[in-house]
Write a protein that binds this ligand. Structure first.
Ligand SMILES: [Zn+2]
Length: 159
């Protein structure tokens, strides 16, 4: 994982620190430096109407993978309840298995929820709404030009 630090090109203030695995955000990427007021692009934020709806968000396979992984971790955790670790005191024997079960359970639930929202079309509808909002912002030519001037790729139809 690479860690990125973004500094203000005007005053040098540290604006953001993030890693490559950060979750993508679908909202306006224009932000302002709190110190000097200069505007900048937050690389974690995306105008979905400019970049297109990310189709990998709708890949059931990857969430089936999360589900199976969660199930395996959960089973491993349950299995560990039956074991006694030699160097651990009786009172805290349950800590590790419980931690593993919670982790596995979280993956499993995440997978199920994502698969459910994809198959029912709920997720698609959510991204369609995000797209419409983004399109609305970009249809304001001043906004589109501002984005463009800050170095963001804006499709020609908005300029
Ligand atoms: Zn600044």
């Amino acid at each position: 994982m690479t860690r990125y630090v973004l500094r203000c090109s005007e005053c040098g203030k540290k604006l953001l620190e993030y890693d490559t695995a950060s979750i993508k955000r679908y909202k306006s990427p224009i932000k302002k430096c709190k110190k000097c007021g200069r505007e900048y692009i937050d690389p974690r934020c995306h105008e979905i109407a400019a970049e297109g709806i990310p189709e990998d968000e709708f890949s059931v396979i990857s969430y089936v993978f999360a589900f199976v992984l969660g199930l395996l971790i959960l089973l491993r955790g349950l299995h560990l309840y039956g074991y006694r670790t030699a160097h651990t005191s009786k009172e805290i024997q349950w800590v590790l298995p419980t931690f593993i079960c919670i982790l596995g359970g979280a993956f499993l639930i995440f997978g199920v929820v994502e698969i459910f929202t994809i198959l029912t079309g709920v997720k698609r509808a959510k991204f369609d709404r995000l797209y419409d909002k983004s399109d609305e912002r970009l249809c304001d030519r001043n906004y589109a030009l501002k984005l463009y001037n800050l170095g963001y790729k804006v499709p020609d139809k908005y300029l």
